[in-house]
Design a protein around this ligand. Structure first.
Ligand SMILES: Nc1ncnc2c1ncn2[C@@H]1O[C@H](COP(=O)(O)OP(=O)(O)OP(=O)(O)O)[C@@H](O)[C@H]1O
Length: 362
């Protein structure tokens, strides 16, 4: 799959600009603050109907304007898809494919898959456990309906149990049967989630290690470890044991909603001991593994967007990575870079053909 072109109207710093892309590597070049990341974000809008940066659509409307629109043409399995996404202040967002309005955003997700590698990936290392759970949950939910169903049910009962705990502190009467019902549902769904997360990570680790080795060309041992309280404890038992604590804190303190994934390099936690370049290499390999995973699911290569690819990577890793992503199974790749000469020289040295797109002052 690839994106042939994109037009941006009043999107962030763009007034009305069109870019044409090639099927392989596209380098988006420009000085700081000219709109390279914004262009990637517009592509993200077409793929997933939302920004990769701002949670509120309003922030993406060009200052002093009332609406933005992004339009583009994807090519997939020899068919063209005209996709557009528009948003007007105090109105609903509209997403269209070949002239038809997508009723629900969720029906659009997965049609034009994209994987983004960028500075936000630091959150996977430095952010709270929710960032890591979200990454793995989104992948697992795409392939396993039972997992998705369990996750939805678990989250429903967790919300209910927490609301009930809050109610108790406000004087609601204790209801043993109701609490038993919550505990039973949480432990049943939690068990499914735990087992599936554990199994999934085994296969994901294999792909992840392959990519880490491929572009670092080092024998560093890397691993993602799944950490869950369910490994050593009976969930039901723990919910019962913790009830007094839960009542005081007004929330459920044990369960798979508190699971985490730890990133490990040569047996030490990545966050505490690894260099910035090693941390970045780690998250890049995670994203490349995600790419392969998604490709296996949908049967074609997702778009791959690299924001600030070269930052913190040494020459060896940069070259190895460029070499890797310029070949199959990677198809269309977008790379942002401020230094034209450096990138041009590197691509020439490596004999990689690329479409150079300059982002100018708008
Ligand atoms: N809603 C908006 N309206 C107008 N301009 C905006 C809006 N949102 C962001 N910008 C502008 O977009 C620019 C940032 O663009 P972007 O992050 O894409 O830059 P970049 O080329 O990736 O820069 P760098 O090389 O520093 O990463 C800033 O100048 C910012 O003021």
């Amino acid at each position: 799959m690839f994106l042939k072109n994109i037009s941006l109207f009043n999107f962030k710093n763009y007034e009305n600009t069109t870019f044409e892309f090639s099927r392989e590597i596209n380098c988006i070049i420009g000085d700081n603050g000219l709109g390279k990341t914004n262009l990637l974000d517009a592509i993200h809008y077409l793929s997933l109907g939302k920004s990769m940066i701002n949670t509120q659509d309003t922030f993406n409307i060009r200052h002093d304007e009332l609406a933005f629109a992004v339009k583009g043409i994807f090519q997939k399995n020899d068919r063209s898809y005209k996709v557009s996404c528009g948003f007007q202040k105090s109105s609903k967002k509209t997403l269209m494919v070949n002239g038809e309005v997508c009723g629900r955003l969720s029906s659009h997700v997965g049609q034009f898959p994209v994987v983004v590698v960028g500075p936000q990936d630091q959150d996977l290392v430095w952010g709270g456990s929710e960032f890591r759970r979200k990454l793995f949950d989104s992948m697992l939910s795409q392939v396993d309906n039972v997992y998705l169903e369990s996750l939805i049910r678990y989250s429903h009962y967790l919300t209910q149990r927490n609301a009930y705990l809050k109610g108790l502190s406000e004087g609601k009467p204790w209801d043993e049967l109701l609490m038993d019902h919550f505990n039973h549902e949480l432990s049943a769904q939690g068990r499914v989630i735990f087992e599936k997360r554990e199994k999934f990570l085994d296969s994901f680790n294999e792909i992840f290690r392959k990519y880490y080795k491929m572009f670092t060309r080092k024998d560093e041992r890397v691993e993602i470890k799944y950490k869950s309280g369910l490994r050593d404890h009976d969930f039901m038992q723990k919910l019962k044991e913790n009830i007094e604590k839960d009542r005081i804190l007004q929330r459920t303190t044990f369960g798979v909603h508190r699971d985490d994934y730890s990133f490990v390099l040569d047996d030490f936690p990545l966050k505490k001991y690894a260099s910035q370049g090693q941390q970045k290499s780690f998250t890049i390999a995670v994203k490349l593994a995600k790419f392969e995973f998604m490709m296996n699911q949908c049967g074609y290569a997702p778009l791959l967007l690299f924001d600030d690819l070269f930052d913190k990577l040494d020459e060896n890793r940069t070259e190895a990575l460029l070499d890797l992503i310029s070949k199959s199974p990677f198809e269309q790749v977008m790379i942002t870079e401020a230094k034209y000469d450096r990138l041009q020289a590197l691509l020439e040295k490596m004999g990689i053909a690329a479409n150079m797109l300059k982002v100018d002052e708008n």
